[in-house]
Design a protein around this ligand. Structure first.
Ligand SMILES: NC(=O)C1=CN([C@@H]2O[C@H](COP(=O)(O)OP(=O)(O)OC[C@H]3O[C@@H](n4cnc5c(N)ncnc54)[C@H](OP(=O)(O)O)[C@@H]3O)[C@@H](O)[C@H]2O)[C@@H](O)CC1
Ligand SMILES: [K+]
Length: 521
């Protein structure tokens, strides 16, 4: 799914009005009606108090449409105008008149802390105060209103985006944003729903289609793509009936040191389970018996040293090499890596201490093949690119780093983001149970296994991040967050592949009837 920027949304809005020959007021009516339908479908006329808070721009205008439609359907509605400025948008004013035509209970004007209404925990708050037009931090009394919302513990439904949340800046503090239970976002989810510092402002989100110009939406490329099953399916390379293991490449996993051989075992296993034809592990001598025993499918090449990698020298011709899991940062290992890089032409995936080595000796970056994949966790990333001010600053720095060194960088996190030059691919699978020892080694293995089979490094990375998360999602159903471990992720990789071709369950008949019954134009 494309994540459109604020400018692109305004452009889509403008083109839709022109091409569909409708007014901006009609478009607002569409948007508000979609939200009304969503509420009506769930509440079915229940008389729970609904407090609709409207700003003075078009987000507020949406709120007025929602309030009017709720009133017309007999809901228990109170409408407020949050008077944050003397200005009013044109469509706000039109809808302000329209609501006055349907009720004697005109919207209440709120201008300061004293005006806050009584709201109970069982009530519903509709937050239509600020949308994507927010352009500065909110006033202190509005902050208090947002805090008040939070204290009431009521269900908060935000329209388009939680009010106070900007699409391009991190909020100054947590009180300057509405903490939404649910956000109904028009056209596109917003990038801030997925960033570590801002994802918390909405527990759930859903996109509402408001019929914007299809041509524009189809043909406009975005800087950010959200990656789910629909996005990875076209990347999948099917297997032919008469294929043999020679066609799926040979992964070479270089890593490990005394006490950290498990990392290589996990990465090697994951690589084979991701579909590599052959897997070899390159480890210090102490790794020979453990890997041969724990993972008989792998071949093992050993260093001359017992405990660390001191020289990278092999006779095989791998299709892809991964370097770094459990490898340590001994000077001898750094030198071995440098010597290897000087003659290597094979695609590379670098993780863990491999990244720490690059951070220690930045000159090695020049030796990396084009489109080398780096998979840092936050600390490793910081060592590599330096500190960042906030999530947006981090993305800016990673993009610049990716462009400068022609690398693919995986920013690991709850929503792992693959960065390639200016483009971001935000993953949607995975869960907190995957924050566990060895999980990253498994991801490295999956990426390596996919490159080995002929996926481009970028496609392999996007696909691997998705599969890794999906396996974790299957595994957590059986093991729970606490007990899920990295080996389980490998065990469920097969289910993640099979799931790609599982069709969504058709809606039940009652659901279809319900949807039809509540549909309004
Ligand atoms: N595009 C689409 O496809 C569709 C969009 N729709 C809806 O429109 C929404 C965007 O509407 P919008 O542009 O009117 O901006 P919105 O967020 O309502 O802000 C209003 C004004 O508030 C002001 N302001 C800003 N920050 C402030 C602050 N901190 N404190 C005080 N004031 C502040 C600022 O005006 P200023 O004072 O700077 O002149 C700003 O213009 C969008 O989110 C969606 O809900 C749908 O209706 C239909 C289809
Ligand atoms: K809002």
């Amino acid at each position: 799914m494309k994540l459109f920027s604020k400018e692109q949304i305004y452009m889509a809005d403008k083109l839709t009005i022109e091409r569909q020959n409708i007014s901006s007021t009609d478009l607002m009516e569409r948007a508000g009606s979609q939200v009304f339908n969503w509420i009506h479908m769930r509440l079915q006329g229940a008389q729970v108090p609904i407090h609709v808070f409207c700003g003075i721009g078009n987000n507020g205008g949406d709120g007025l449409v929602i309030a009017r439609q709720l009133i017309l359907d007999g809901y228990n509605v109170k409408t407020y105008v949050v008077n944050c400025s003397d200005k009013r948008s044109k469509d706000f004013l039109i809808n302000y008149d329209r609501i006055k035509n349907v009720t004697k209970k005109w919207p209440t004007l709120l201008s300061c802390d004293d005006d806050f209404p009584v709201i109970n925990a069982e009530d519903v708050i509709v937050d239509a105060i600020f949308g994507i037009g927010l352009n500065r931090p909110v006033d202190p009394w509005i902050k208090n209103l947002f805090k008040y919302f939070r204290n009431t513990k009521a269900f908060v439904l935000s329209v388009d985006i939680p009010s106070g949340l900007s699409t391009e800046n991190i909020p100054v503090d947590e009180d300057s944003v509405v903490w939404a239970t649910y956000t109904l976002s028009f056209v596109t989810p917003k990038l801030v729903f997925f960033l570590p510092e801002t994802a918390k402002y909405t527990v759930h989100w859903e996109v509402l289609n408001i019929g914007l110009d299809e041509d524009f939406l189809m043909n406009t490329t975005t800087e950010v793509d959200l990656i789910g099953k629909n996005e990875v399916l076209p990347l999948y390379i099917p297997r032919e009936q008469f294929s043999h293991k020679g066609q799926f490449g040979h992964s070479l996993i270089i890593g490990g040191c005394y006490g950290k051989i498990g990392a290589v075992t996990l990465a090697s296993k994951a690589s084979l389970s991701a579909g590599a034809g052959l897997v070899s592990a390159y480890v210090p001598k102490c790794g020979y018996i453990p890997i041969q025993t724990a993972f008989p499918e792998a071949m093992v090449i050993t260093d001359t040293d017992d405990e660390i990698i001191t020289k990278i020298d092999f006779k095989i011709t791998p299709s892809v090499v991964s370097f770094g899991v459990g490898v340590g940062t001994d000077t001898k290992t750094i030198n071995a890596f440098e010597d290897f890089l000087k003659q290597n032409k094979t695609p590379l995936v670098i993780d863990a201490d491999g990244i720490n080595i690059l951070a220690k000796k930045k000159s090695l970056l020049q030796l990396l093949p084009l489109n080398t994949v780096l998979t840092p966790h936050p600390k490793e990333l910081e060592r590599l690119i330096g500190d960042w001010k906030d999530d947006f600053d981090k993305l800016k720095k990673v993009k610049a780093f990716s462009k400068k060194h022609k690398l693919i960088i995986v920013i690991k996190g709850a929503h792992t983001i693959t960065v390639f030059q200016d483009k971001l691919y935000v993953n949607t699978t995975g869960n907190p149970g995957m924050a566990t020892a060895g999980s990253g080694d498994v991801l490295t293995g999956i990426i390596t296994g996919l490159i080995s089979q002929g996926y481009s490094p970028l496609n392999a990375t996007i696909f691997a991040v998705y599969l890794h998360g999906k396996s974790g999602d299957f595994a957590v159903e059986k093991y729970g967050y606490q007990s899920l471990n990295a080996s389980h992720i490998i065990n469920y990789l097969g289910d993640a592949f099979i799931d790609l071709f599982r069709l969504p369950e058709p809606p039940q008949e009652e659901e279809i009837e319900e949807a039809e019954a509540t549909k309004k134009d």
